[in-house]
Design a binder for this molecule. Structure first.
Ligand code: UDP
Ligand code: MG
Length: 308
């Protein structure tokens, strides 16, 4: 029986890029040795994206559309795509052609060769500015230091998984606060990488603001590391040692009652600062626990085309 490749594309306000994406991807998909399904997940676009997708779905039954009731974020869109995908291999990619569909034949080759997880590693990121490149490098350095899980620095949201690997992601990684890329790299299976050159976005603008990226980074660190929670113990040891030092100093200098005011103020401020930061960190973890506990849906699908 012919194998099926599922291509999952997340779409958020991509009316300009979509026609170009389809024009480029379709001939490549048709020429593959595998059958294909092209699953677009519309992440609550406010522009004409859904109209375009519906038209594509009407003329090509292999084009499938799941449309969210609002914007749930790129990761939620990829998870929904994985949930709907029926393929023997599933590829997640962006709609802006930054992830070249030309890589698909190579992905199929690797899957046929027994790979379970294929991370697409970008060799060059043309459109990301210097700031984005530096902050991204710093982020990966930090998370790799803090967490036992190791992250590929240049891995993108462009990846492929075999059906068994996808089953694991579908059934066991349903966290509300999550970092899909991290899971993909850490479920094991036979892992390979393919290098690709990231192009400039064909049309439209990047949907990731610096603020979104920052929130995303904080969540990732909290999801993959418990080290911040243990900071309290280190801070406690540090404070105790400082206390001993101040005690010895006070005893040795035999300060009279009125002096030492500055020491008290400085120590007070310093200790409270540490305390508040630690309480804040614990708060962040509690927020994650709380959102897991509430167990709200990761996404809500409002409309579907060619999907059941
Ligand atoms: N995207 C999405 N939901 C969002 C933001 C982005 O589905 O809330 C999609 C977007 O349409 C694109 C992909 O995720 O297909 C990557 O987004 P973008 O190109 O803006 O990110 P960048 O490549 O700049 O990191
Ligand atoms: Mg992009």
């Amino acid at each position: 029986m012919e194998q099926l490749l599922s291509v999952v594309v997340s779409v958020y306000n991509e009316e300009q890029a979509l026609p170009l994406f389809y024009q480029t991807a379709r001939p490549i998909l048709e020429s593959l040795s595998w059958d294909y399904e092209l699953i677009f997940v519309n992440d609550g676009s406010a522009d004409g994206s859904l109209g375009i997708l519906k038209k594509l779905a009407a003329e090509n039954p292999k084009v499938k559309v799941a449309s969210f009731s609002r914007n749930f974020g790129h990761e939620a869109a990829m998870i929904a795509g994985l949930d709907y995908a029926k393929g023997d291999a599933i590829v997640c990619m962006d709609a802006d052609l930054q992830h070249p569909p030309e890589c698909l034949p190579e992905i199929i080759e690797k899957i046929e060769g027994g790979s379970g997880v294929i991370s697409m590693v970008r060799t060059k990121n043309a459109s990301a500015g210097l700031v984005k490149n530096i902050t991204s490098a710093a982020f990966y350095k930090l998370i790799n230091t803090l967490s036992d899980v190791k992250f590929e620095p240049n891995a993108s949201d462009f990846f492929a998984v075999s059906r068994p690997a996808a089953d694991v992601l579908r059934s066991n990684y349903r966290e509300k606060v999550r970092f899909l890329r991290g899971y993909v790299q850490n479920i094991g299976f036979h892992k390979t990488t393919i290098e690709y050159e990231a192009h400039d976005r064909v049309a439209g603008e990047s949907k990731y603001s610096i603020r979104k990226l920052f929130a995303f980074s904080v969540n990732t660190i909290l999801c993959f590391s418990n080290l911040p929670l243990k900071l309290g113990i280190y801070a406690g040891i540090f404070a105790a040692l400082m206390g001993v030092a101040v005690m010895v100093y006070t005893l040795c200098t035999r300060q009279g009652a009125p002096s030492g005011y500055a020491t008290i103020v400085i120590l007070n401020c310093f200790m409270f600062a540490i305390l508040f930061v630690l309480v804040g960190i614990i708060g962040e973890y509690i927020a994650i626990l709380f959102s897991e506990l509430k167990d709200r849906p990761i996404y809500i699908v409002e409309e579907k085309e060619n999907l059941n």
